[in-house]
Design a protein around this ligand. Structure first.
Ligand code: HEC
Length: 194
């Protein structure tokens, strides 16, 4: 077989140059034919040529499965917990210290607003309920320059500073920044909630 073909000169003569017949090895050819036979199956395979879920859907399904397998996110803070912190003078004082250290640069020491909005008025861009304030502080508004503080502050500090922000409401500091967002009357008063 292979030996028969070996050193068999082809009849062509290219300006005095001749060549041997070197056929492809059988095993190579069989693999080649197999790929041709495979084409119809591949063609109708799900995800190919617009049939079936496709790569993006498969990716999204993988991501969804992965997300579902992650440990649950810490539950959103409830209003009652934050109102309890607000009612605790010591914790509120701690919150004030956290605020002076981390937040005053953008929101002004008295919360009247500078780069960040006024935190003393009744208007809120992201909601004025205690849980909403806590959520904004922990997740931040990265696109607008408000950092996500859950990466930086300890869980207790987060609660305390949220309560401190709640306590700023209605403090009427001098020359405040104009209200931004909508008036949200679920705000931060100790009488709100249970
Ligand atoms: C680098 C500047 C910067 C710092 C530091 C900063 N903030 Fe902000 N903050 C902003 C900006 C800007 C916004 C407005 C986001 C928007 O427009 O959506 C904002 C929004 C907020 C809001 C939402 C206000 C609303 O109307 O809904 C709260 C609450 C808040 N910040 C609290 C804090 C607290 C508490 C800290 C400190 C732990 C802090 N911020 C530190 C820039 C800052």
């Amino acid at each position: 077989m292979a030996n028969q073909d070996e050193d068999r000169l082809l009849e062509h003569d290219y300006d005095g140059i001749q060549e041997y017949d070197n056929p492809m090895p059988r095993w190579w050819l069989w693999i080649f034919y197999a790929t041709i036979l495979f084409v119809p199956f591949y063609y109708v395979a799900p995800g190919f040529m617009g049939e079936g879920p496709g790569m993006i859907a498969a990716y999204e399904a993988d991501v969804a499965a992965h997300t579902a397998a992650l440990p649950p996110q810490p539950a959103a803070m409830d209003d009652a917990t934050l109102l309890a912190v607000l009612a605790d003078a010591d914790e509120l004082k701690e919150g004030g210290e956290v605020f002076t250290k981390n937040c005053a640069a953008c929101h002004r020491a008295d919360g009247g607003g500078l780069i960040g909005p006024n935190l003393t008025d009744a208007a809120w861009i992201h909601g004025g309920a205690p849980s909403a304030i806590y959520q904004t502080i922990s997740a931040g508004v990265l696109a607008k320059g408000m950092p996500a503080w859950d990466r930086i502050l300890k869980p207790d500090e987060l609660k305390e500073v949220a309560a401190y922000v709640m306590s700023l409401k209605g403090t009427n500091p001098p020359s405040p920044k104009a209200p931004e967002g909508v008036v949200d009357t679920t705000t931060a008063a100790p009488s709100v909630g249970k």
